[in-house]
Design a protein around this ligand. Sequence first.
Ligand SMILES: [Zn+2]
Length: 354
Amino acid sequence: MIKTTTRPTNFIILFYMINNILFDKLTSFNFSPKRLYINYSPVYKSGSSNKACKSLARPENLQLKNMMATSGNKGTADDHGSEVLRNYVDVHCHLIHSSFAGEEDAAARRAADKGLEYCIVNGLEPVSNRQVLELCERQPNCIPAVGIYPIDAACNVIQPEVWEHDFPPPEKFDVDAEIAWIDQMATEGKIVAVGECGLDRHYLTDQPSLDEQERVLVCLIDVAKRHNLPLILHTRKAEERTFQLLQEHEVIKADFHCYGGKAKLAKRIAEAGYYFSIPSGVERMDAFRNLVKVLPLDKILTETDSPYMGPDKGQRNEPATVPRGVAAIAEVKGISVEHAATSIRDNFRSLFGL
Ligand SMILES: [Zn+2]
């Protein structure tokens, strides 16, 4: 038999239960996706997952994410008992990569533990682009960028029979439909940047592929400009040409990720107002240390390109290594880690508006 009478004591118990939930909501931060869905945002309760995602990337919701992910510049003590800065940013990581399979959320949480306020998770093609949006719905410190990687951009013109690399040629997909989808995501306020995109003249050298990469990049530049979003650019062996295209199309907001071009050109790019994200591998890579030397501090951002470009050679990289990158940048610049982290955070705000 089920008792249906409600006695005053039941009300008291109910009050304590509700109070507990509210208290928990305000005082502790729990990364469990389920908890987030229940406690933090009314949009999760009412809408489809699509609607929730749409809502998340709107500035006010990103602001909410910010409040949830951090509690000021400094946080709790880390494993070694020292204070952890809470204002680190990773503007370019690939948590949607097979090497993170099943560990995407854990890697995002480890990043939060190390003081990563924001990780911009970048997509590459239709499948990863959609997975990026899903992960960012679940993880409060992850925010999405979607794009078309330059090698994937040429998927319909690459001839598999002449492909000579030690990885398979990209799978074909409808590139123009994907550009239209990215445009739609931007219209709906779901993304904070267009990326990864750009040019690659290391793996692709035939003219049809180069032409197609440029056509796709110009389309994505158009999307980014119309929505006032930054571009996160891959420019391998094509730094000068990418810079030219940005200038021709009067692009204002762009980040050169893992720039590998000449120092002289880097200076010109920085003078034009564009940013450079330095991977945490700067700790061991002289090329990036030299780049940091020539760049003004107000054009430097941090990234990991996870799972690549890490400080430990041969090991999978992840956003949690950003503090090591910042420490190396601070050392090269002869400034404190806190100064470097704060400047980088300011640059992040200037470019992404967050
Ligand atoms: Zn990348």
